[in-house]
Write a protein of this length. Structure first.
Length: 162
């Protein structure tokens, strides 16, 4: 009987040794993985880039003045209403101002790949964009950018809207 018990205990002892070895291997692998993860530099998350259109098709906009200020906006955007109001003051015989609201003009937002609002662009008679802003813009900066586009050298900060 003692011999049978010894034979039964040996396999159980081997199983315990195997379980211990497997546990040790897993623990070492976890520690190595954690060390390697801490050493590895994590890249910054990808940032969305709101690009301004470089060229507008003037036929897309009702304004016929030589200069065009386009505000891409959304009715649900509170900042947009402020930017549209600031741009509206620029309306004159030389400067047309157009609000391209998203729900009313979705096709133009898609055509010019507008993925954030408000976006303001200042374009000449050929539709070449000379200045633009993404997000909130002060009236002073917007007006100075339009003045600089229309008459280079007229603004003390010619880089506005670039």
């Amino acid at each position: 009987i003692t011999a049978v018990l010894v034979l039964l205990m040996i396999p159980a002892g081997l199983i315990m040794v195997q379980v211990f070895i497997a546990s040790a291997v897993v623990a070492v692998a976890v520690v190595v993985g954690l060390v390697l993860r801490r050493r590895q530099q994590v890249a910054a998350p990808t940032q969305v880039h709101q690009a301004l259109p470089a060229q507008l098709d003037r036929a897309d906009f009702a304004a016929t003045q030589p200069w065009l200020v386009v505000v891409f906006s959304s009715a649900s955007c509170h900042t947009c209403a402020d930017v549209v109001r600031k741009a509206g003051v620029l309306e004159s015989d030389e400067v047309g101002v157009v609000d391209v609201e998203f729900t009313a003009n979705r096709q133009l937002h898609l055509k010019y790949r507008i993925d954030a609002v408000p976006i303001v662009v200042v374009a000449d008679a050929q539709g070449v964009v000379h200045a633009g802003f993404v997000g909130l813009v002060t009236a002073t900066d917007l007006w100075a950018a339009v003045a600089e586009a229309r008459q280079p050298g007229s603004s003390p900060e010619p880089e506005l809207g670039q």
